[in-house]
Design a protein around this ligand. Structure first.
Ligand code: G6P
Length: 367
């Protein structure tokens, strides 16, 4: 049956609002709620106990992979390398003996990602696909698969597929931690519990739309926008910038907050809004000092944070977008919501074709 927009103005908006459901569906697939453990299907020879892993994708799928890199290193102690498929396939990558390769793709048909998968198979690596479209080429050619259960995604700018990828990759990180013996069963239960809470937090985060609407009116006037984040939120900043440029055509750059002083700070003035992804976590104080640097140079700060973070930056932030406090493990899922809404509502202000942005294709099946 054809997918309908229902009461939503755009497919992208509908897909943003489906994320409480689509993450719940995906998480449920990979956890056992009774004993709060991860359940991974038989992975057909993919050894999660390996010493290293490679995570490959393009665009938004690559950024999901970048989040997974932080998760797998932090919670599973496995050395992870992430790359963009179009770079990876031509750079003659070297592999550690005991490693596996993960390919992240909504469509399962992206030409560069598929070529990278075939390359790894030729090199004798076991491959694992995190794919949304069943029976797609990447799905079929990988040794094993972890389906994302986002359902059909129509909007060219990926939203619910991204958070479904994060859901599956979060479960994978826990499974790798278990296989490698780096997570105790109590730690596994804590992480699984946090993951199971996430769909509810996403539903709460979606309630910030009215505040973001006001901010979007200002953002729509900007020529350039900077996005900053640290640690696992650096890829979320990259994804936020990608989303904004894709659908509003405003130039946006994502930067690691600590890198600000090495270049992008030269761009800061009252005309360049800076969106900061800054939950009140272990790195918050560091990011706060980056915010102070922006503020001191007349830059306008739009800070996405929680209640504790909001108190700490109340004096310097032009706008605060407040999301529920959450376990740092699942924060990338929760903070994805405001960055998507910010891009979406800014594009609506600008009157662009949100679901079919110019020059972009939903799936790029040629090189
Ligand atoms: C295209 C789409 C992006 C997507 C990327 C990777 O560029 O416009 O939204 O992130 O391809 O697509 P995939 O289907 O492999 O996730």
């Amino acid at each position: 049956a054809a997918v309908e927009k229902g009461n939503f103005r755009h497919f992208m908006q509908k897909e943003i609002y489906e994320q409480s459901e689509t993450t719940a569906r995906t998480i449920t697939r990979y956890v056992n709620a009774n004993d709060e453990s991860v359940q991974m299907p038989d992975l057909d020879g993919v050894d999660l106990g390996a010493d290293s892993a490679i995570v490959i994708g393009c665009g938004t799928a690559h950024y999901a992979g970048r989040v997974a890199e932080y998760w797998m290193e932090q919670y599973a102690g496995i050395a992870v390398e992430t790359d963009i498929a179009s770079e990876f396939r031509y750079r003659k990558p070297a592999f550690a003996k005991k490693s596996f390769a993960v390919f992240v793709s909504q469509s399962g048909e992206t030409a560069d990602t598929l070529a990278a998968l075939r390359y790894c198979k030729e090199q004798g690596l076991k491959t694992l696909a995190v794919v949304n479209v069943p029976e797609s080429t990447i799905w079929r050619e990988a040794d094993a698969r972890l389906p994302t259960l986002a359902g059909p995604e129509i909007g060219v700018a990926s939203t619910k597929a991204f958070t479904a990828q994060l859901s599956a990759l979060a479960a994978l990180a826990i499974a790798v931690g278990r296989a490698r013996g780096t997570l105790s069963s109590q730690e596994e239960a804590r992480l699984v519990h946090a993951l199971m809470e996430t769909p509810r937090l996403i539903a709460d985060a979606l309630k910030v739309e009215p505040e973001i609407e006001v901010i979007a009116q200002e953002l729509a006037q900007a020529r350039d926008v900077l996005y900053l984040g640290r640690g696992v939120h650096y890829p979320i900043a990259l994804e936020g910038a990608l989303k904004l440029k894709e659908i509003s055509y405003i130039h946006a750059e994502g930067y690691a907050a600590g890198e600000l002083k090495h270049g992008p700070i030269a761009l800061i003035d009252e005309h360049t809004p800076v969106v900061v992804v800054a939950p009140h976590d272990a790195l918050f104080e560091k990011t706060l000092s980056n915010m102070q640097e922006v503020n001191a140079r007349g830059g306008k700060l739009i800070v996405i944070t929680d209640a504790a973070g909001a108190v700490a930056c109340a004096e310097i932030a032009q706008h605060i977008i407040m999301v529920p406090a959450c376990d740092p493990f699942v924060a990338p899922l929760v903070y994805s919501i405001p960055i998507q809404l910010l891009a979406y509502l800014t594009a609506v202000q600008k009157g662009t074709d949100v679901d079919q942005p110019r020059n972009l294709a939903k799936s790029v099946t040629v090189e």
